[in-house]
Design a protein around this ligand. Structure first.
Ligand code: AP5
Length: 607
């Protein structure tokens, strides 16, 4: 009967999820402008709208779904829900001795299929098998005191690293029990989605412990009064734990009280206190709801990503609908619309390139605010672009490392390129959405082989560049080889030679450096074109967005005085200055061989 109730509820949750997802999708469909792709905020806004202060409790893990109308034309709900890959749950359960942790764990495992890791059970197994660990632990356990941290930590770390725990999720019971244990988990980057704290008055706990009986065959937990065994056969084989005498329970309670504050404060952001002085079914009802909500949130999030992808694909091919280059690019600072436009344009190209399996990507975006050679250069724009990319991939479940090179060189030559000064701090202080994004899905780092961690899925390198006398290539090379097949995206890299007083950079391994720089494929290029030697007026623009062709635009003024960009030519490879000259002048290069005229300045460094 109970199961039936839960199944019905799950069905309702699934329905709510689907309705919510589809209604969000419907909202997008009706409100999406003609632009090919959704704005970056398209995912975060609806999700944040779903956050309800009532259900939000004390962490950011709860959302509620608001059913609305389902558009007829959209894929069926079942299809979408089936696509949702569930990320495994990570749960910690804590509470005083006999608060009911083991009892709740039995029920949670039954319902959610998590791997139950109980340090008490693991230790008891070691004791009964007479292992070295067991022999060491026995004395501590029998007296009701804690087993030394190093023994328990090694045991738990080993268990958590096993494949089943990674795949099915885990339920950590009775660990961490000291501050040192909590710290060890933190070092291993093990964080729970939720920390359940079972709360039971002390006087009840003693009675529960003394009356507890265990079935050595099934592992089931009974109580002589509240949960007696189902049959005489089971009753006959029940055993009592050696640490369940009144005296030992009191000692265990004392130890629990000494440590609980430190543990609770370590997980206060995901902690939920549950009144566990109720029948176990009622306690589980609450536990079940909490865990289901986390699953539901994840499913909504995944469904949103799928919808986002479906909509983006639907709007593709981007090239056909693309409304052209935004105007008023000479107005500084750029408007939010213009900035968002380019962030999205870069994002779409990067996503497509990574989707096609490219792992060494290069983005060159040179709107005035992102061109360090112009005095209107604005580092905030670069940071916003990086955040857009990082958050979008993080929303997709990827762990993104955003890397800014540290200072290079030694002594008088130490320092970092001016363009990057303060970048790291700005990134740290930026708004990264909910509390857990920065540090979990998005991490900050420097450039170098040692910065690559196993859990990183993707690396975004912010304007890596050579500085006078110092070359970033070695660090870059070390990083890409450590990254292996994981994507590395360079945003506005400047890898060409810079003159050094000692001439070091020009003479050492130049060919090799340039060869390495070429291993990155352009996935996005945008450059404004000007008269030779000027930065005004804008004559046109060059754009390439993976996997499409390079597009050359001419800026024209319409009769009404408004400007617009007209596509005049496309190229499979990046066009040379000569090709650009030809296209603008409307004549073949054969007729005018010299790279002079308005495009003369494009001849060297820029291409
Ligand atoms: P461990 O086995 O983890 O013991 P504990 O934390 O003291 O918890 P218990 O197992 O006694 O209680 P429980 O909360 O699981 O309650 P249960 O569901 O069984 O650890 C044992 C020892 O190992 C420690 O003392 C220590 O020496 C060592 N150890 C373990 N982890 C360690 C670590 N991390 N570091 C160092 N040393 C470590 O329920 C209890 C009784 O109440 C049962 O009879 C049950 O039927 C009944 N009951 C349950 N729920 C209810 C309810 N809602 N209403 C009424 N009765 C209920």
């Amino acid at each position: 009967m109970k199961d039936f109730v839960f199944d019905q509820r799950e069905e309702r949750e699934r329905e709510a999820l689907t309705m919510a997802s589809l209604s969000l999708c419907s909202a997008h469909l009706s409100s999406t402008p003609s632009r090919s792709s959704l704005p970056t905020s398209s995912l975060s806004t609806p999700l944040s709208l779903l956050q309800s202060p009532i259900t939000r409790r004390n962490s950011s893990i709860f959302f509620t779904a608001t059913p609305r109308q389902i558009p007829q034309s959209f894929p069926t709900s079942t299809a979408l829900v089936k696509c949702c890959v569930k990320e495994p749950l990570k749960v910690m359960i804590s509470g005083a001795p006999a608060s009911g942790k083991g009892t709740q764990c039995e029920l949670i495992v039954q319902k959610f299929g998590l791997v139950h890791i109980s340090t008490g059970d693991l230790l008891r197994e070691e004791v009964s098998s007479g292992t070295e660990i067991g022999n060491k632990a026995k004395e501590f356990m029998n007296s009701g005191s804690l087993v030394p941290d190093e023994i328990v930590i090694a045991m738990v770390a080993g268990r958590l690293s096993r494949e089943d725990a990674k795949k099915n999720g885990w339920l950590l019971d009775g660990f961490p029990r000291t501050f040192a244990q909590a710290q060890s988990l933190d070092k291993l980057n093990v964080k729970p989605d939720i920390f359940l704290l079972l709360d039971v008055p002390e006087e009840i706990l003693i009675e529960r412990c003394v009356g507890r009986r265990l079935d050595p065959v099934t592992g089931k937990i009974y109580h002589v009064k509240s949960y007696p065994p189902e049959s005489d056969e089971v009753k006959a084989r029940l055993v009592m734990r050696p640490d369940d005498t009144e005296e030992k329970v009191k000692a265990r309670l004392q130890i629990y009280k000494q440590n609980s504050e430190a543990i609770i404060s370590a997980y206060s952001d995901v902690m939920i206190k549950i009144d566990a002085n109720r029948p176990k079914e009622m306690v589980f009802e609450e536990t079940h709801t909490l865990l289901s909500q986390i699953n539901l949130n994840r499913m909504i999030k995944t469904a949103m990503l799928i919808i986002k992808q479906v909509l983006a694909d639907k709007a593709s091919p981007v090239q056909d609908n693309w409304r052209g280059i935004p105007t008023r690019l000479n107005n500084i600072p750029h408007s939010r619309d213009i900035r968002s436009y380019f962030y999205e344009d870069v994002l779409q190209a990067t996503v497509r390139s990574i989707k096609d399996g490219n792992t060494r990507l290069r983005v060159d975006i040179n709107i005035p605010e992102l061109n360090p050679e112009m005095d209107v250069y604005r580092i905030g724009t670069l940071m916003e672009l990086v955040r857009t990319l990082a958050l979008s991939f993080a929303d997709d479940g990827k762990r993104v490392k955003v890397c800014v090179q540290g200072s290079m060189g030694e002594g008088a030559l130490a320092g970092m390129p001016l363009q990057l000064a303060g970048t790291r701090k700005i990134l740290e202080y930026m708004d990264w959405g909910d509390d857990e994004t920065l540090g979990t899905f998005v991490k900050l780092g420097a450039i170098g082989g040692k910065e690559v961690d196993e859990e990183d899925d993707l690396f975004i390198l912010v304007a890596p560049q050579n500085a006078v006398g110092n070359c970033i290539i070695d660090d870059l090379q070390a990083m890409t080889s450590a990254a292996g097949k994981r994507p590395v995206v360079l945003i506005n890299p400047r890898l060409k030679d810079l003159p050094a007083s000692s001439g070091i950079m020009q003479t050492m391994g130049r060919e090799k450096r340039l060869e390495y720089a070429l291993t990155f494929d352009n996935c996005y290029v945008f450059r404004l074109l000007y008269y030779a030697g000027t930065q005004y007026p804008i004559m046109g623009a060059l754009r390439m967005s993976y996997p499409y062709r390079y597009e050359l635009y001419k800026r024209v003024t319409e009769e009404n005085g408004k400007e617009k960009y007209v596509l005049i030519s496309t190229y499979s490879e990046r066009p040379t200055p000569d090709q650009i000259n030809d296209a603008f002048s409307g004549k073949s290069r054969e007729e005018s061989k010299k790279p002079s005229g308005i495009w003369g300045f494009l001849g060297s460094g820029f291409f």
